[in-house]
Design a protein around this ligand. Structure first.
Ligand code: DX5
Ligand code: ZN
Length: 228
């Protein structure tokens, strides 16, 4: 399986989150926003790390028939190591595990061995200090701007200090690491995240819950680009 390229590190990326799409017509929803999709954000919830369940590798494999974009799989799972190989086989390009679950060194090794781009996520109340030791070994830092588990929650502006600290560390060490924000991102909040240093913007409800998802994704990109 050849992984799709993530694009230039640090470039502005719009990553629609399929969690807010109509699961009964997921392929069509994904195809509809394709022209404004840099990465497709796939939220995987295990009902344990977060109080919700969503989808697994078979859905990723099915979606591969509808999109050739970079699949950015966000694993909100207590035991992601049990499923990484299945996601890689299904067509995931990058996987992101949460630092809160522990065993991070081994999970990073496992993702590298599988040829996955390596992401590490932190919840809103997890300090930068928890991510910092791994920054030199990852490709993507994902800072949650809501507590994970559900779409449609309100953006937590207080996370912007951590976004700025992470950006400062990435730049000071000249690391090839993308910085992603996830939760409550819309045309009003995206500029705040971009100004703080984020370059990958995940948005679910601000795209798929709008009457014109493609136009909404375009509006999000324009608002974010204006803040660069
Ligand atoms: C939250 C998920 C997010 C979610 C974002 O647990 O990780 O990716 O889908 O949804 P919005 O954009 O609606 O906050
Ligand atoms: Zn997510």
């Amino acid at each position: 399986m050849t992984a799709r390229a993530p694009g230039e590190v640090g470039a502005l990326r719009v990553a629609p989150s399929i969690l807010s799409a109509d699961f009964g017509r997921l392929g069509a929803c994904v195809a509809e926003v394709d022209a404004e999709t840099d990465w497709l954000h796939v939220d995987v919830m295990d009902g344990h790390f977060v109080p919700n369940v969503s989808l697994g590798p078979p859905v990723v494999a099915s979606l591969r028939r509808y999109s050739n974009r970079f699949f950015d799989c966000h694993l909100m799972m207590s035991e992601p190591g049990r499923y990484l190989e299945a996601f890689a086989r299904a067509g995931a390009d990058g996987c992101t595990v949460h630092v809160e679950v522990g065993g991070t060194e081994g999970l990073i090794d496992q993702m590298r061995e599988l040829g996955l781009r390596v992401g590490l996520a932190a919840n809103p109340d997890t300090p930068f200090a928890a991510l910092e030791p791994f920054l030199g070994r990852i490709d993507l830092a994902l800072l949650m701007t809501v507590f994970p588990g559900f779409g449609g929650q309100s953006f937590m502006g207080e996370v912007m200090d951590k976004v700025a600290a992470t950006r400062a560390a990435i730049d000071a060490r000249r690391l090839a690491v993308d910085l992603e924000v996830d939760g409550g991102i819309d045309p009003a909040t995206a500029p705040l995240a971009v100004a703080a240093g984020a370059n990958v913007l995940v948005a679910g409800s601000a795209i798929f819950c709008r009457p014109d998802p493609l136009g909404a994704a375009r509006a999000l990109r324009a608002a974010a680009a204006a803040a660069r």
